[in-house]
Design a protein around this ligand. Sequence first.
Ligand SMILES: C[S@@+](CC[C@H](N)C(=O)[O-])C[C@H]1O[C@@H](n2cnc3c(N)ncnc32)[C@H](O)[C@@H]1O
Length: 290
Amino acid sequence: MSTQDGTETSEKEVIVDRNFNDLVKLFKDRIYGTIKGNYRFDMAIEDIEAVLVESSICTPLYALDIGGGLGQMSLYFLQAPSFSKVMYYDVSDEMKRHVDGEIERLSEEFNAGNSIEQEAINKTIKSTKVVTRVGGIKNAIQEIFQEVQDANSKALPDVVTLHAVLEWLSSPMEDLESLLTSMKSNSILSLLYYNKIADDKKKKTYKPRKKPRKPSKLTPYHEFHSDDIEKILVESGFEIARRTGIRIGKFKQNASDEELETYLEQERKIARVEPFCRQGRYNHIVAIKR
Ligand SMILES: C[S@@+](CC[C@H](N)C(=O)[O-])C[C@H]1O[C@@H](n2cnc3c(N)ncnc32)[C@H](O)[C@@H]1O
């Protein structure tokens, strides 16, 4: 792991976990609902769904979304019939407020509908329990440990999502390790992380920038080597079921929507193939605890 300025050791003294309260609008504009944002989301969902089918895990499922941000994953689980419980955590109360608003809006939207299809979805939403909390990854891990100790409760998450959070933490590897330890056997981790090796040069349609981009407010604290991430997963008893390289970080800035769609169409075909699956600006791994 290394910080963006190359510092290897001193980050613990100088950084704290990044609360996105001041970045909600920027995040919405730059990521949420954009072609790139949708691509990243779709690829992650495809991976999770594929692993759920392959692992024949028993439903109904409980999802824990840590650092859920604007809540795309939680809202997806909320509407997915196979999920009966969704727990959302984020240190940002502004992010949580946004998600609470979206849940309310969705419920109202479906309540207003009267088609058979809408009624079916409405039932799913009503019967699905979503809890949103202002809290950090350590609170979420603590809650899982608490559940383990509570003899009356067997409710541990079946699916944990940690998307684009690790790179914003002050002690990412320690937190990741605690999370992995606290998860139950046969549960699934969906981990999206900012990757150190974004070697897109092998792809001809990709046009690299002439000058490196200045770090923006959305440039994470850390980037990680795939090998380090995979090592910690394997050592914690996880089997890697899916790898996807989301190689869209450096696509030319002024590309038209059409160019971007064409580029992503090509990317989609190779994103899960070696070596591209390890070469994304973001990599997505789905791993099962054995
Ligand atoms: C880059 S955003 C990612 C949001 C979302 N998971 C996604 O993929 O769009 C990082 C989120 O992690 C949250 N965060 C930062 N430190 C955290 C911590 N210690 N525990 C939980 N969430 C945290 C931030 O507030 C922010 O909403």
